[in-house]
Design a protein around this ligand. Sequence first.
Ligand SMILES: CC(C)(COP(=O)(O)OP(=O)(O)OC[C@H]1O[C@@H](n2cnc3c(N)ncnc32)[C@H](O)[C@@H]1OP(=O)(O)O)[C@@H](O)C(=O)NCCC(=O)NCCS
Length: 196
Amino acid sequence: MISAETAKPGTRIVLLPPDLENLSGFEAALAAGWSPDPRRAGDEAYVHGELQRLRQDRSRFLDDLIPDGRRRAGSGPPPLTTRLFWIWDGEFCGSISLRFQAGTEELPPEVSGHVGYSVVPWKQRNGHATAALRLLLALAAKEGLDRLVILCNEDNDASRRVIERNGGELFMRGPHPSDRPDQIKLYFWVRPGTAG
Ligand SMILES: CC(C)(COP(=O)(O)OP(=O)(O)OC[C@H]1O[C@@H](n2cnc3c(N)ncnc32)[C@H](O)[C@@H]1OP(=O)(O)O)[C@@H](O)C(=O)NCCC(=O)NCCS
């Protein structure tokens, strides 16, 4: 397990691989209306559907949460590997994931950058996302990834700040195939080895 201090004195966060023991924190966040997918924030039908699926079969829900890149092995592009973690400060705070294809910087068009994250509203503005991204970058460095692309919507000041605090360098503005064509995104390079 890896951990980091947050901006809030005395608060230490860890990245936990999801498992059946800590799934109840995720469940409580869904029950409170939080959407794990930022693009579907406020989509009550989606959140309710996820909660129902979780309660119907917890093991299966957990399996579905963690995509298995090996299923796509074979000829063609390298499989997409996803490392999903809960952001945890003693309680569930949100999620963060690293997505990559070994040996290339490329990603499938439906994947919006190498990193995605979301912090539940009642834990926001405590430095959790900034600390979580710092921890994830350390993992990315261990995976041998030299440079990541991280995206945020152009009006998402909080996410932009999280990326910049981790050394993000803006290199492009524009839409992304994973979202609506009129949703302008900021594209950042982030170098795992150099984040401070
Ligand atoms: C973006 C998000 C993950 C940030 O999480 P967080 O834990 O609150 O972020 P941090 O506490 O680490 O804050 C990082 C910086 O953003 C600033 N910030 C946080 N919330 C903010 C807000 N709503 N408006 C403006 N700035 C904000 C903080 O003050 C901090 O700035 P500082 O480093 O200068 O002090 C969170 O707002 C969230 O989950 N939003 C919805 C999902 C989402 O947008 N995910 C990102 C998709 S790219």
